[in-house]
Design a protein around this ligand. Structure first.
Ligand code: C5P
Length: 274
């Protein structure tokens, strides 16, 4: 059995620069990853099987559309392997929530299949398969702190903030990434600032927060709670929302904020940056 973690992705900053002719947007974003997330398990089998378990399994169907199945098919098409396997996805993260989710699951599937077949995780063919599955999948495949440009898939490694206490909060509203991007007002508010990672994140923005709030106003309530939380050093919405996060000076202030968010009925994941 090969077990691959599919950690939650966060965008420490996400600047939308312009609409492109291919329907995507050019971004400048800072990717970071949590210690926790979904889990993908792959075992050899005599026929293909795909099952989903875990707290958010009910939000997904294990059909050909799932990014895990699409990753398996794309991997086979690229590398020509025909062996069968049983894949289990343990869905611990809320779906359609701005923290990678399906992208992280697809990336973990590719890493598991690559390990099984002795392919390096940074093999350019594997990276190309990842990019074909979605704009965030190459970042999730690498799984390390990076700046993303272009669609978010042109990556430059950055020194991270491993061990920093991190809290993810989701208010239980699924928002469509495409709908949030479509609500962006088209105004370029400028590039990522210079400096170290935390300085850039603190001086940066998430340009998708305004359109996400228009679709899910509760995002503003989550941000208000995290912004006011004692010990919080940065709070933002992640990706296209609705999950928001904060970095904390210590674990006890993170856990206190998690308790306050859970008391509002929101999903919380107290974790650390990896
Ligand atoms: O690539 P992925 O399928 O994850 O993207 C989902 C949708 O998000 C795209 O169809 C597009 O509408 C939007 N998107 C975008 N610009 C990006 C990334 C995603 O407009 N850089």
């Amino acid at each position: 059995m090969i077990t691959e973690p599919a950690p939650a992705k966060i965008n420490l900053a996400l600047h939308v620069r312009r609409r492109r002719l291919d329907g995507y947007h050019d971004l400048e974003t800072l990717f970071a990853f949590a210690r926790d997330g979904d889990v993908v398990r792959v075992v050899p089998a005599n026929r293909d099987r795909f099952t989903i378990d875990g707290p958010f399994a009910a939000g997904l169907s294990a059909d050909a559309d799932n990014l895990v199945t699409r990753a398996l098919n794309a991997f086979r098409a690229a590398f020509g392997f025909a062996d069968r396997c049983a894949i289990t996805l343990t869905k611990n993260l809320p779906v359609a929530s701005g923290i990678g989710g399906g992208s992280a699951d697809a990336a973990a599937t590719l890493r598991a299949l690559a390990r099984r077949h002795g392919i390096a995780p940074d093999d350019p063919r594997l990276v190309a398969v990842a990019a074909g599955l979605g704009a965030d999948v190459p970042a999730c495949l690498a799984g390390s702190t990076a700046m993303g440009t272009g669609r978010g898939d042109a990556l430059t490694d950055l020194p991270g903030l491993a061990g920093t206490p991190l809290l993810l909060v989701n208010p239980g509203v699924a928002v469509s990434t495409a709908a949030v991007f479509a609500g962006w007002d088209g105004i370029d508010r400028g590039p990522l600032p210079e400096g170290d990672l935390l300085a850039r994140a603190r001086a940066g923005r998430n340009d998708l927060e305004t359109p996400a709030r228009a679709l899910a106003p509760v995002v503003g309530d989550v941000r208000a709670l995290l912004d006011a939380a004692p010990g919080a050093i940065l709070s933002r919405m992640s990706g296209s929302g609705a999950t928001c996060f904060a970095l904390f000076a210590n674990e006890s202030s993170r856990d206190a904020a998690a308790g306050d968010a859970a008391a509002r009925g929101w999903w919380t994941l107290p974790t650390t940056l990896s």
